[in-house]
Design a protein around this ligand. Structure first.
Ligand code: SOE
Length: 356
């Protein structure tokens, strides 16, 4: 069993990472870290972590001899410092997205990881949705022909003004890097390239902060400013000249965790959908070939069981050098940040901005 230390015991770690790590059967959770002592002990009790391996400082967890690799699910601003400390200690890491506050920081981590010869995984978790993997195979083996147009929506509704959502780190640029763009747009950008195989060449964007202030967590009678986007709409030119439209928002009424991706090629089209209000396996509607085109029909298609996968099992496979190459690494994380930086630059300039 691989001895893993968990850093950042918030909702994603408690609800997604830790259960996935446990279910993989490949890891022993030997240490945990959170700056909040109450959260640390609650999680430590639930996972039976001895007191001497519960840390409030990530450096102590990384130094712990009972930790071989780390899993990072903290706020965005500490992803890179923690991962760099792991690399310096010769320990591989998996890290939540977006990997950094900006592309230069992500590139710094990419270079350090490569120089140390260490494996990594960035948690673009929707690469593990069966329907997304099936769509990837169809697109990449040419069933859709040459891709012309792509459109993706990633919508949630928890940012609406009437939802009681205090000024947490996700609304503060110095802690998050951006708002819906980094939180949801990073997934959308990665998913488009993962499925189509096409990188983003240039973008033009409109990102706005609609709810400009929110109640302070420490004193709900007071409010503080929000300095990140609530939504990010952007167009992209993809490699080979295909176009892609992104609609990313936290203000989408009634949307829990809703993704819709449409791909139109010269020989076929597909619609991938994921709606957490339905199920997390996703669905795929296909229209491939002239007969279906003439009938204008998209057919809901069963996703073969071979496409079922687990993010944390994939991390174990990477560590055991048997990975299928479908999980995102720090290279993908750095490329992702370059796109997000270009989107933010375009918001300022109002111009098309190359991704570089
Ligand atoms: C935001 O609400 C969020 O938790 C993202 O941070 C996750 O990456 C996404 O998978 C679900 O929604």
């Amino acid at each position: 069993m691989i001895k893993i230390g968990l850093i950042g015991l918030g909702g994603i770690m408690r609800g997604v990472h830790a259960p996935g790590i446990k279910a993989s059967g490949a890891f022993e959770i030997t240490a945990v870290c959170d700056i909040n002592r109450e959260a640390l002990d609650k999680f430590g009790d639930a996972y039976e972590i001895p007191a001497e391996r519960r840390f409030t400082d990530y450096r102590d967890l990384i130094a712990c001899p009972d930790v071989e690799v780390v899993d990072i699910a903290t706020p965005n601003d500490v992803h890179v410092p923690i991962a760099l400390a792991a690399v310096a200690a010769g320990k591989a890491y998996s890290c939540e997205k977006p990997v950094a506050l900006n592309a230069p920081d992500a590139i710094r981590l990419e270079e350090a990881t490569r120089a140390a010869g260490l494996p990594s995984m960035i948690c673009f978790s929707y690469r593990f949705v069966p329907a997304a993997r099936f769509a990837r195979d169809l697109a990449r083996r040419g069933d859709l022909g040459e891709i012309q147009h792509v459109a993706i929506q990633y919508l949630q509704g928890w940012g609406l003004p009437d939802v009681d959502c205090p000024l947490r780190w996700r609304f503060i640029k110095a802690r998050s890097g951006s708002g819906a763009l980094g939180d949801l747009g990073s997934h959308a950008v990665d998913l488009v390239s993962f499925i189509t195989g096409l990188g983003v060449c240039q973008v033009v964007s409109q990102c706005e902060t609609v709810v400009k202030e929110r109640k302070l967590q420490e004193d709900p009678a007071k409010v503080g400013p929000v300095d990140v986007d609530d939504y990010a709409n952007f167009m992209a030119e993809l490699e080979g000249g295909a176009t892609c439209c992104f609609q990313i928002s936290r203000l989408a009424f009634a949307r829990g965790n809703y993704q819709r991706l449409e791909i139109y090629g010269t020989r076929g089209a597909l619609v991938y959908m994921l709606d957490a209000n339905a199920d997390n396996r996703g669905t795929l509607d296909l229209c491939i070939g002239n007969a279906m085109r003439n009938s204008r029909s998209f057919v809901r298609t069963e996703v073969p069981a071979c496409y079922h996968a687990s993010q944390m099992s994939a991390f174990a496979d990477i560590l055991l050098k048997r990975g299928d190459g479908l999980a995102a690494t720090i290279e993908d994380g750095a490329e992702n940040m370059k796109v997000l930086d270009a989107v933010l630059a375009s918001q300022v300039s109002g111009q098309w901005v190359p991704v570089q």
